[in-house]
Every structure is written in C-alpha cells, then in structure tokens.
Design a binder for this molecule. Structure first.
Ligand code: 6PG
Length: 251
C-alpha cells in the first residue's frame, strides 16, 4: 500500500527531549484549535510511553498556554478493565495528566463497566456520533490523535492481520488482541485517518526495526501503524534516537 504523502519524522535525542517536544506539539495544536474552532478535540494514546509526555505537559507552564477547559479529550483505545485498574488507559491518563491540571478538560472515558466489549464499543461510538454531531458514515475529525506503536507494528488496539483493520464504517470496534488484557475497544482506521494531525510517539530500541519497515520509502508496509494515512491531515512521527537508529542515514 503506497502512502499519498511522506510523513514528517522528528528525532529527539533522549527521552526528556522526546517528552518535551511531544508536549510542545500537543499545546501548539491546542492553541491553534481553540483559536480556530473554540475547542481542542484530542485523542490520547495508551501504553507506557505517554506517561512521560503527560508529565512534560504539566511542566514549564505549558498548561497555562491553552484554555484546558476548551479541551475535549477522548481515548484512541481502551482495555476492557475497571477504570482504576493498572492496565486502564484512562487510569494512566487520570494519574499522569488530568489530576495534575489546574482545570479539568472534558474527558470522555470509555465506560468499561457497562457490559461486554461489544456493548462498550457501541456506547463509545454512540458518544462520538452525538458529541461530534456526525451524519451516518462520517468519521469524527480530531484536531490531534496521539498514537503509540508496538514492536509488532500495532497502533491503538489495531494489531497485524486483525479484520478490524478492514473496517470502513464503524468508528469503534471491540477486539481481542494478543496482549494482556486481551479484550479492548479501539478507534478504527476511518477515525484515525480523518484526523487533522496524527502524532506518533515512538521510543525505544525495540521498535527500531519495525519503525524502519513502517517508514520505508514507498510505504509498502501493511503493518497497522503504516496504514494510518490521514486523507487531508498530516502525520508526524516523533521518535527518540534509540527507535530511530535503523532509519536511513542514522547507521
Ligand atoms: C495501548 C496502546 C498501544 C500502545 C503501544 C505502545 O493501549 O497499549 O494504545 O497501541 O500505544 O502498544 O505501547 P508503549 O508506549 O507501552 O510502548
């Protein structure tokens, strides 16, 4: 699958710089979105990498640069566990970001307590439709979607060879993934590809080979992370020097 426009790659030397640059990206997008549209529609990434970014967002007075009360925060994926479980993406964001902000943004938590994964996914999709005022079949347009990438090339909870990658209508799907916890809900590619900007946050040497494959010129990779190709938005890959070590010209 070839990619319409080459993604932008930013390499940060060291995890502290990585987190600071990521935080600057978030607040720059927020300032622009609130100025232009009165709100900042943000989808957070899960996993462990975002913790550092959230911590950087709370430093250097960044949170005073934007009206956090105008932020509308969602989750690109969520594990089907209690919101206070150590594995919860909401719980991680609550602990590492929301509790540290002077103003609480509007947070759209995935309601993992309401039933089986299919019910949880349907409820989150219905909330997207309601909150974005979507007509049938139209995806929500986020100002910024933060995404991580696993060493296997997964992103959000879209894993290699999962039929969920071929979904073209649904916005949120329940999936069973080869990681613990296995039951998750995830935004589908139509949502990720409708974003004004996608910011991938990739750090660690264990991701270097996959990052090289995903970013290979010509974009031949069919890995999930390579399939996030916004139709009119752009993709920025913020990677640390460890993850970048196999990229062309870095050897
Ligand atoms: C999740 C994330 C997932 C994550 C990658 C990278 O819920 O786990 O959505 O896609 O971003 O697995 O995770 P790390 O940041 O922990 O490497």
């Amino acid at each position: 699958m070839s990619r319409p426009n080459a993604p932008r790659i930013e390499i940060a030397v060291g995890l502290d710089v990585f987190a600071d640059v990521a935080a600057d990206h978030v607040f720059a997008a927020a300032v622009e979105a609130v100025r232009a549209r009165g709100t900042f529609r943000l989808a957070l990434a899960g996993g462990s990498t975002p913790r550092r970014v959230h911590a950087a967002m709370l430093t250097d007075g960044r949170s005073r640069s934007s009206d956090i009360g105008a932020w509308d925060v969602w989750f690109g994926d969520e594990r089907c566990v209690a919101h206070d479980d150590d594995e919860s993406n909401f719980g991680m964001a609550e602990d590492s970001l929301f509790t540290g902000l002077d103003t609480r943004p509007r947070v759209h938590r995935v309601l993992t307590e309401i039933g089986p994964p299919s019910v949880i996914a349907a409820a989150y999709e219905a909330e997207l439709v309601r909150e974005f005022g979507l007509r049938a079949g139209a995806p929500p347009v986020f100002d910024l979607v933060l995404l991580g990438m696993g060493a296997d090339g997964h992103t959000a909870s879209l894993f290699p060879d999962d039929p969920a990658l071929e979904e073209t209508q649904r916005l949120v799907l329940a999936v069973k993934v080869p990681r613990s916890p296995p039951d998750r809900v995830t935004f589908t590619l139509p949502v990720l590809c409708a974003a004004r900007r996608v910011l991938f946050l990739v750090a660690g040497a264990d991701k270097a080979a996959t990052l090289r494959d995903v970013l290979a010129p010509g974009g031949a990779s069919s890995l999930p992370a390579a399939r996030v190709c916004p139709t009119s938005g752009d993709v920025v890959w913020l990677v640390d020097d460890s993850a970048a070590r196999l990229l062309p010209g870095r050897g």
